[in-house]
Design a protein around this ligand. Structure first.
Ligand code: HPA
Length: 271
């Protein structure tokens, strides 16, 4: 974990504050970073070993700042397995930030809606995931200084944080669904047959991220909360094709609501 240590050392030189909460922003959802006051931007490219995202709609910078009285770190842009990055690279930022002091990770992502009760543009709290990416960030020799060899995943998405998220959404009048996220490798969207399969095994949402980071966060003993933006209904649910443009446009559409939600939620997270 020499690479984590080197990235950490760099951050320690650049940033005075030690946020306990971090937000990871998914496709088309990067605008939240602009809401922080007194912010310091650090492009991923400047941080030793930090993988840079190649996906359109991902900004690729770490932002430190404050929301009211709360120090927050924001990862605007993440890398995905489908870009060719390894599981270790995908969770690199989570590991560095955890070492930096982050104890709660709030992940956001764009996802396809499988549950027919969802609609395009809806926000859904992830209650659990099904990892179908065919790999796991903890494969390989375990670094006991990070966490245990066989971490428990029975409450991968903190029940306490989900309860708080529902309370906050309720107060703001923001409809918030809850469901199981199936993580696939991508980058092709699913076939209708795959979506029928995912529905049969209990998935409500499908996407190409978040599961590795959540596994890594749990391994590190940090708590995770994840919110999907349903950018499109999954393949075969509606008689239309899925395009990345639709995914990004929906992200834009929901942006204001997501920002309002995160601004109210983050200061209320107790760490
Ligand atoms: N499938 C997988 N990932 C996604 C989708 C989808 O339909 N929409 C946004 N990310």
């Amino acid at each position: 974990m020499k690479w984590v240590a080197e990235a950490l050392q760099y951050l320690e030189k650049q940033v005075g504050a030690r946020p306990r909460v971090a937000v990871v922003l998914g496709s088309g959802l990067g605008a939240f970073a602009e809401e922080l006051s007194g912010s310091v931007d650090i492009p991923y490219a400047a941080i030793p070993h930090w993988p840079c995202s190649t996906a359109i709609g991902h900004a690729g910078k770490l932002v430190f700042g404050r929301l009211g009285e709360t120090d927050v770190a924001v990862m605007a842009g993440r890398v995905h397995l489908y870009e060719g990055y390894s599981q270790q690279q995908v969770v690199f930022g989570v590991r560095v930030l955890a070492r930096f002091g982050v104890r709660v990770f709030v992940f956001t992502n764009a996802a396809g809606g499988i549950n027919p009760s969802y609609g395009r543009g809806g926000l859904v709290l992830i209650s659990d995931h099904i990892n179908l990416q065919g790999s796991n960030p903890l494969v390989g020799p375990n670094d006991d200084s990070l966490g245990p060899r066989f971490p428990d995943m029975s409450e991968a998405y903190s029940a306490g944080l989900r309860k708080l998220a529902k309370e906050v959404a309720g107060e703001l009048g923001i409809p918030l669904g809850e469901g199981v996220y199936a993580a696939l490798l991508g980058p092709s969207y699913e076939t209708p047959a795959e979506i029928r399969y995912l529905r049969a095994i209990g998935a409500d949402l499908v996407g190409m991220s978040t599961a590795p980071e959540t596994i890594a966060a749990n391994h590190l003993g940090a708590r995770a909360l994840a919110i999907s933006c349903v950018t499109n209904m999954a393949a075969g649910i509606l008689p239309q094709k899925i395009t990345h443009t639709e995914v990004l446009e929906t992200g834009e559409m929901v942006r204001g609501t997501l920002i309002r939600f995160l601004k109210a939620l983050l200061p209320r997270i107790e760490v």
